[in-house]
Design a binder for this molecule. Sequence first.
Ligand SMILES: [Zn+2]
Length: 509
Amino acid sequence: MSYTLRYFFLFCLTFLFATHVNSQNTPTDYDQYLIKRDSLLTLDSLLYFDADVTLSSEEKILNKQLKHLQGKMLAHYKANHFFPPARNFYQSKEHIESTTLFRFINKMPKGGILHLHIGAIGDADWVLHKAWDTPEMYVYWSDDNRNVKGAFQAFKKEDAPQGFVQVHQLINEQPETYQEMRSLLVFEEEMNADSVDIWKEFELIFARIDMFINYAPIYEDYLVHGLQLLAEDNIQHAELRGPFLDVFYDLDNKPGSLGIEAHAETYERIYKRITSIDPDFTFKIIHCSLRFEDRTTIWNEMEKVYAYRQQYPELIKGFDMVAEEDAGYSTLYHAKEYLRLDSLERQYDVDLPLYLHDGESNWPSESNLYDALLLDTKRIGHGFNLFRFPALVELVKQRDVPMEINPLSNQILGYIRDLRNHPASTYLRRGINCTINSDDPLIFDYHGLSYDFWSVFLAWELDLASLKKLARNSIEYSVLEEDEKVEALRVWEERWGDFIEEVVEGFSF
Ligand SMILES: [Zn+2]
């Protein structure tokens, strides 16, 4: 429903309220108070992001059961003074998995995941077993700080530098090192540092896994495995953020020498393999550069990505810049490059839409969102601090710029402790369209989107209409072309219909 239409309804409601009160001879003060109160509640609900969702009769039945379950769970948590979305995720992970709500959300067709980093989509045990089974995979296993302890890289035996140990041999001879390596790849309950220290840990993990993933013989299996985990969580579309550059290597070729064609061909094989698991599964790439790179490096990467998008327009869909915002260059610092992109657009005769990671900060003075919107970002990655900028809130609503919300990532990285206070709850109520994402699930030691949906369903007291709208948004605001979107929505609606039928008939709440 458009805002104009909503305000028209609002006007009518106020009018009805006024005439109702005038027509009553003796309404008590309390009656009048309740009428006014209801009007305000209705007025607000018309502004919610899901105000245009109409539930079918079956969905209404299901919504009743779901809200009943939510009410029971909230009462239980209140009585026990322990509300999982307000606490450290790792204290509740097993509990979450044991709940009826988790089984329900796991089954729910969630549409797409629009914010997910290639270096962190899989499972840590899969990574370790693959490294263990790959004879040429080595790990830096020394505390001398000359390299990152736990960093993987493939070598010919005679080329392995000092400090690198064959993973196969290390785990076979010292089985306890498996668990040590695992703890260097994932966050755990004990981690209780402030957000700055957590970011340091976070970047170390990417440094450890980088040369494991980019080893050409492993990349394909890693990505198929990661996408399969998404499909198992009833996700049908993934937008992967990562560098689409010549970064692959093998034992005879250093990064930069295999050619971008090797990267693109790998994606073709990945596509064939994932569609043999789910024939309707789709994925696309949003290239990411690092925000702490200098202007020349960024410009050179932008130029390459334009050339690659011209070559692979079906695969490369956009550009982004990642890494810790508070530590890296601001978006304003790189605005000069962004403002020159039209010259590359003319040169390569192709566009390169921006999907900028911005607003992932707790600092009131951090103002990257101004630049993201001025530069016409198609979506906002995070937008955590949007609430601090009233003019931008209005702009986001007017332009209908969707937000890629990463609830557990924000909590684990220390931006917010209690998810009830997450600003996205307010965005949804103000009519800003959002999607739910998991950012870096490998590092956070979970899979898919169910944990995030579980947490916000309770923390933001959502209902079936909001879950439906969030899932639908993930396709509506995806990078898919219009015809692909129509097809993806058809698939999602069919799956959603089957899900509702199955749950109404046989799910035990
Ligand atoms: Zn991210």
